[in-house]
Design a protein around this ligand. Structure first.
Ligand code: ADP
Length: 689
């Protein structure tokens, strides 16, 4: 109950509804041209259905009540039927409106705007076709039951049905469309206003002429009617139909229309009039719906075209920004296909390539690999070619340092990196890469290294000088005393007679001083020998890996490739880790020194394996080989300008102090092969054996 009260329509709306209902009843009365039938076009049915379609279901009782009041009031004014019959007829009409509104609401898209052909067809079929069955059945039965106006159920039913259907067709869509769309301002151009005016005049003219009988038949109105529907859609169709209905009504009422005529033909004419208006309304509605649908489609197309254009513009802008960023970054960027074709270079890269390859822009189908190798330092080119082949074939990340030609003919160090971009299936789609100029960094590192080398050598020299001075000092004193005492002894023995006693005393002094000198030497030896405690069982492969890591940067800088081969599962070796590393680094550095003058093929090879009870390590190079094999292990022997000649001597003493051996052999096909052995720790060796 409360919900019905809370859904009460505004009184103004109810008042307007009642006024329109009563007016349309009057219009129906005027058009009931067949004397005595009282049945004609019933516009109230259209008004009723449209109102219910547009209002919430909870408010329907109010409209039904208002409709009841309007129809009973109209009955008092015009129809003068018995109250019970009038009420029953109204019940049929209300049933028709409720059924029609319910069906239309279910079948059409909400809100019901009748903008698609499907909606219009559903509306015509359900609202104008099915719903009037209720009112026609109840109304005709009432007429027959009350024996009113001499109508039987069968004669009244079709007239009633067509009358209500026409009313629904003419009024309901107009009410729906007008009520929902009339607020939208019409933006008509002057030309369209002109067209509307001309069309209105033509429509009026044709309607008047055809109704007055000057034109042969009523349906000649169709072209201007459809014109209005096509060009002005529902609003055009609405106005045109109202005009047509009014003109037809006026002429029919005044007995001059084609639908008037002699009394025998009246019934037929009545049906014809109803059909004429129904067909006109139906055609105009369908055409208006088709035109609307076209308009909507065109509008959607226009909108999607506009949004597409906006998207394209946004894309273009973002691409432009990205391009600017790519061109502005201070590194060289490139992109190429999975096989290295059709490369794209950013501006910085293009500028560089253009500066060195004058016909760069004219190269058709450039090949990334070729372009790269053309400008590479001859020493780095083979390695670069090999790496590129490997990465393009396997999809592995590319990373390499190399020297590249500059405009002034010099070479600068660069670091190149590239990664493949893969699709969902892991297939390479593109390669993306960068090239960074690291020349300044490399040179700074080189300077630093040279400085630290110098410092190390100076330190070495200083400590060696210090050490030798102190040894000399320690040994010199007893030696000088030995020499002096030997002379004295000689003099005592050569005296005549020889003074044996004194000579013996001096010889004792000689022995004492010689022992002192030997003690100095022993102390120095002990100093170098270090304690045995620093030797611990160590995994040799980790020591060799460490030495390789320590030398990796130097090897890359000096353009030498390191080739390591370490047997797996090497047994533990008792060693002073730092000293053995010193040996490895010394031998590796000597190998690189030996290959310094070579332009290509700098390969330093290290191999470690177990042979019997020792681990044997070989460090080989492809340099010129050993010139003085008998002397190189002597302390202070060097053929290098800034060499000390202590490296190999120290290496040998370290290896021998570990119980191993160090020697050199000729490397095949060229170069030197330094070999040293280290005994396997006794416990491990016996475990293993
Ligand atoms: P330094 O390296 O300071 O000269 P070393 O004792 O390490 O002292 O080397 C002594 C000499 O042995 C070197 O000057 C060089 O003539 C020679 N030598 C060492 N290693 C090699 C090598 N791999 N190939 C050719 N000669 C070498």
């Amino acid at each position: 109950m409360t919900s019905i009260w809370s859904h009460r329509p505004r009184l103004l709306h109810l008042g307007l509804f009642i006024a329109a209902f009563v007016l349309s009843c009057g219009f129906a009365e005027l058009l009931a041209i067949v004397p005595g039938t009282g049945i004609s076009i019933w516009p109230a049915s259209g008004l009723f259905i449209a109102t219910l379609v547009l209002t919430p279901r909870q408010s329907w009782p109010w409209w039904v009540l208002a409709g009841c009041f309007s129809e009973l009031f109209s009955n008092v004014l015009w129809f003068h039927s018995p109250l019970a019959a009038a009420f029953l007829i109204y019940c049929g009409n209300a049933l028709e409106a409720v059924i029609g509104a319910w069906l239309v609401n279910r079948a059409c898209s909400r809100p019901v705007r009748l903008e698609s052909l499907r909606d219009v067809l559903a509306f015509v079929l359900l609202g104008a076709g099915v719903a009037p069955v209720a009112s026609a059945t109840v109304g005709s039965a009432t007429l027959a039951w009350f024996d009113m106006q001499g109508q039987s159920f069968a004669t009244a039913w079709p007239l009633w049905w067509i009358g209500d259907a026409t009313g629904v067709l003419i009024v309901a869509p107009l009410a729906l469309v007008v009520l929902q769309n009339w607020h939208g301002k019409a933006h008509l151009s002057p030309a369209r206003w002109m067209e509307a005016g001309v069309l209105g005049l033509i429509l009026l003219g044709v309607a008047i002429l055809s109704m007055s009988g000057a034109l042969p038949f009523a349906y000649i109105i169709m072209p201007p009617l459809l014109w209005a529907a096509v060009r002005f859609e529902f609003k055009g169709a609405a106005v045109a139909l109202i005009l047509l209905a009014l003109i037809t009504a006026v002429f029919t009422i005044h007995d001059t229309s084609q639908f008037a005529g002699n009394p025998e033909a009246l019934k037929h004419n009545q049906v014809m009039l109803q059909l004429f208006l129904a067909i006109s309304a139906f055609s105009a509605l369908i055409v208006a719906a088709i035109s609307r649908q076209h308009q909507l489609a065109a509008l959607t197309l226009l909108q999607s075209e506009r949004s597409l254009r906006e998207h394209v513009e946004a894309l273009r802008l973002s691409e432009q920004r990205l391009q600017q960023m790519i061109d502005a970054v201070p590194i060289r960027l490139w992109r190429a296909t999975a096989t290295g074709e059709s490369p794209y270079f950013n501006k910085r890269y293009r500028d560089y390539l253009r500066s060195l390859l004058p016909d760069f822009d004219a190269i058709e189908e450039p090949q990334f690999g070729q372009l790269m190798l053309e400008l590479m330092h001859p020493e780095d080119a083979p390695e670069m070619a090999r790496e590129m082949r490997r990465c393009f074939a396997s999809g592995a990340t590319f990373a390499m340092r190399f020297r590249r030609l500059q405009k002034n003919g010099s070479y600068r160090w660069e670091e190149g990196r590239a990664e493949p971009l893969r699709d969902h299936d892991g297939k390479i789609v593109q390669w993306y890469g960068v090239a960074l100029d690291i020349d300044d960094e490399i040179r700074a590192q080189e300077g630093l290294r040279q400085a630290s080398d110098k410092l190390a050598r100076a330190n070495q020299a200083a400590s060696l000088a210090e050490l030798s001075a102190s040894i000399a000092h320690e040994v010199n004193q007893p030696l000088a005393a030995i020499v002096a005492n030997s002379h004295a002894c000689q003099r005592w023995l050569m005296a005549d007679p020889p003074n044996i006693e004194r000579a013996q005393k001096t010889v004792q002094r000689v022995i004492r001083d010689a022992n002192a000198a030997a003690e100095v030497v022993r102390r120095v030896h002990a100093l170098f020998k270090q304690s045995m405690d620093t030797r611990v069982p160590t995994a040799f492969d980790s020591v060799i890996a460490e030495a390789r890591d320590l030398m990796a940067e130097e090897a890359a800088r000096r353009g030498a490739r390191m080739d390591f081969e370490v047997e797996t599962g090497l047994p533990l070796v008792a060693m002073d880790r730092v000293q053995v590393q010193q040996v490895l680094i010394n031998l590796m550095r000597n190998g690189m020194d030996a290959m310094e003058s070579m332009t290509r093929g700098r390969v330093l090879r290290a191999r470690a394996r177990r042979i019997g009870e020792v681990v044997q390590t070989e460090i080989s190079d492809r340099g010129p080989g050993i010139e003085f094999p008998d002397r190189i292990f002597e302390p202070f022997f060097t053929t290098k300008e800034s060499g000390m000649g202590m490296g190999l001597a120290i290496c040998r003493s370290i290896v021998e102090s570990h119980g191993g051996r160090l020697w050199v052999e000729k490397n095949e096909p060229q170069g030197a092969n330094f070999i040293f052995t280290l005994p396997i720790e006794a416990k491990t060796a016996s475990d293993g054996g």
